[in-house]
Write a protein that binds this ligand. Structure first.
Ligand code: DOR
Ligand code: ZN
Length: 356
């Protein structure tokens, strides 16, 4: 198969940032994705319905001319989140979901949750509303090894949480381990998961062998090859609980290539092409549309997009080397910058009526 037309995909986990960075990165996502779940870890975070509505306006204003990309907004859960505010945001269509960052787990998570048990009233309200909880699934305890933090979170926090709140819809974001895959399979359809391109294409050897590669550094950190394989098997199986979420997370080059480099891979310009490589390499191209375009909307109770994109297997394109950002001397370096791509996105996707 050298040509593949699929319903327009959505990105169910996306960092769009704000200001000049938002203006620079949004066109890369809007060129391919119909909708994107906009992560709320700005500085300061997007905590309330009012803040999410204002951020939504800034994203809409940054769209390229003619784009109808739709941002889906999230609120950042804190120890002080007001359940009435979340309910109002969800019922008026401003908020799509709520994001749980354990305090200190990752970029801009300092105002995150310190005691999940204290949030029972909020989670009960979300269960009643059918409002999904999106989880950064890592414990932050200093004594837990960074490579174990996802598995320990699942065992100690997430497993009891889904038992305590059996009607709460949960997305375990950017899964990285065989333990996460097993947990999602066991608890679907209550629990689903997003999977990033970097966790499908790389493992911790890519990050660490032959020198530290800061552009492979993200959180949760890449794991060993056995876990990478579990993720590939999960998405290529076509299981409906796994769907596309790039976790595209731009940082200035100087913030990545640093003695204390930031976590995050900027994948937006080439995410769909990279996912296509993974499915292709595993003879599972027939499962790509479900993963990219159908499973996410089904979990969120939304219709799939009506239009289509076409991927073509054609050599000759490469991951861009750099994205310019106003006011940044060094810009942003995409994940796998300069590497050849096996798949390209055709300029003019056919309309549904033209498809056989
Ligand atoms: O690698 C990451 N980057 N993981 C996250 O959880 C946050 C993200 C960011 O905001 O840069
Ligand atoms: Zn993220």
């Amino acid at each position: 198969m050298d040509r593949l037309t699929l319903r327009r995909p959505d990105d169910w986990h996306l960092h769009l940032r704000d200001g000049a960075m938002l203006a620079a990165v949004l066109p890369d996502t809007a060129a391919v994705m119909g909708r994107g779940i906009a992560m709320p870890n700005l500085v300061p975070p997007v905590r309330t319905t009012a803040e999410a509505a204002a951020y939504r306006e800034r994203i809409l204003a940054a769209r390229p001319a003619g784009s109808d990309f739709t941002p889906l907004m999230t609120a950042y859960l804190t120890d002080d989140t007001d359940p009435d505010d979340l309910a109002a945001g969800f019922e008026t269509g401003v908020l799509t979901a709520v994001k749980l960052y354990p305090a200190g787990a990752t970029t801009n998570s300092a105002s995150g949750v310190t005691d999940i048990d204290a949030l029972t009233p909020v989670l009960e309200r979300m269960s009643e509303l059918g409002m999904p909880l999106l989880v950064h699934g890592e414990v932050t305890d200093a004594h837990v090894d960074i490579f174990d933090r996802e598995a320990v979170f699942i065992e100690q926090i997430l497993a009891p949480l889904v038992v305590r709140h059996p009607r709460l819809k949960v997305v375990l974001e950017h899964v990285t381990t065989a333990e996460a895959v097993a947990f999602v399979r066991e608890h679907a359809p209550q629990v689903a998961a997003t999977v990033t391109p970097q966790h499908l294409l790389a493992n911790r050897n890519d990050l660490l062998v032959g020198g530290v590669k800061p552009h492979y550094y993200c959180l949760p950190v890449l794991k060993r090859a056995r876990h990478q394989q579990a993720l590939v098997d999960a998405v290529c199986s076509g299981h409906p609980a796994f769907f596309l979420g790039t976790d595209s997370a731009p940082h200035a080059v100087g913030r990545k290539e640093s003695a204390c480099g930031c976590a995050g891979c900027y994948t937006a310009p080439v995410a769909l092409q990279l996912y296509a490589e993974v499915f292709d390499a595993n003879d599972a191209l027939d499962k790509l549309e479900g993963f990219a375009s159908l499973n996410g909307p089904a979990f969120y109770g939304l219709p799939p997009n009506n239009d289509h994109v076409t991927l073509v297997r054609r050599p000759g394109s490469r991951v861009p080397d750099r994205l310019d950002v106003d006011g940044l001397t060094d810009g942003v370096q995409p994940f796998l910058a300069g590497r050849p791509l096996a798949w390209q996105i055709a300029e003019n996707a056919p309309h549904a009526s033209e498809m056989s």
